[in-house]
Ligand binder design. Sequence first.
Ligand code: MV4
Length: 446
Amino acid sequence: MFSRILIANRGEIALRIIRACHELGVEAVVVYSEADADAEYLQLADDAICIGPAKPTDSYLSIPRIISAAEIADVQAVHPGYGFLAENAHFAEVCAECGIAFIGPTPESMHLLGDKIAARDLANRARVFVIPGSEGAIEDEAEAIKIANKIGYPVIIKAAAGGGGRGMRVAHNDITLRGALGAARAEAEATFKNGVLYVEKFISEPRHVEVQVVADRAGNALHFYERDCTIQRRHQKLIEESPCPAIDEKTREELCKAALRVVKEANYVNAGTVEFLLDKDNRFYFMEVNTRIQVEHPVTEMVTDHDLIKWQLKIASGQTIDLRQKDIKHSGVAIECRINAEDPANNFAPCPGTISKFIPPGGMGVRVDTHLHQGCTVSPHYDSMVSKLIVHKKTREEAITTMKQALREFKIEPIKTTIPACLQILSNSEYAKGQIDTSFVERYIG
Ligand code: MV4
């Protein structure tokens, strides 16, 4: 195991990684920007290094500054967390060149899976259902129209460098397809500096289901079951749960096995997530692979009783996974609510500010992952997620009841948060029945 690592991230995930390190006897050095200089979690780290001003490009996104911090701190490895540099293959490459282990997959898999067309192709080779669509990139309008008429409208145009919903457009006929192509191309160019596009059949009212996987360098690949992340708003997840309430045991097994075939085909190492769309007939289709630990990993930790960050550290340090698939069990139901400093009554506008009152909830099966405390300041420079509230209970009904109680107990004042929005969703009868799709939040909350 490493003796000392650098955490190239901030907020709750930096704290989450510090905790995992200390449980493994690993020293954790954390970087911070001037905006985070007063953050209390810095005190829990074995060292903290200021890497620049608030602006992410000059601090948390600056490869030279992070590498310099790693050299000064004399660490053996870097954990990127999520966001920032977590899926930057170039950063992983620079780490390797500097003799620093990247706690994540190889630059090659990050590069391969970052290309959504290459990932589709890989899933195909792994005999996993992919959504019918173009073989590869679409060259021009004529080709797009030909494919759209072959697979049938509606179709969705996606960016090869995309993910997370940017550069996507839906088209219902040849005429709207022309406009959608131009708009998607421009957005993809602007966002990813890569205008390569592909086309898929549009799946209406799907659920988003993803499988947590962990693989080591010896070729062992294990899954930790699925998460349902259907409750999203404008491609931002609000509530996640495990297991997915919509699928039976047989579908679950097929889904998880499909995810493992993808992972093995990619020679993937470390923790990752294979994303699927579930259609109304409960058929699942491969979408993409996320090559990082995700925000919602705690729901998987609660139902499987495995610490995924510890697995990441063990695997990156060269250990093999001393577990068999049949020894990974899931029990009960876990739900996570993302608490963002946003005003649900004002179109979810960010609400930074200083916290005068902070009272986290508690009780059996309640977990709070946060870096917040009374007197701290939520900066306008970063993502608005300030806390994750996770409950784990025997049944989904109990989990919903406990989550509602915990949300009511949670006091974060005076800033506005997504707590009321989460309560509203959890009180909805369709949600209680598990009868939801990706348009749920827009329909019920706005
Ligand atoms: C789709 C789709 C319907 N059909 N692909 C959105 C994020 C990106 N990862 C893929 N997304 C979608 N791809 C086909 N062929 C619908 C979405 C989608 C969506 C997916 C998951 C969760 C929420 C969503 C909200 C809108 C659209």
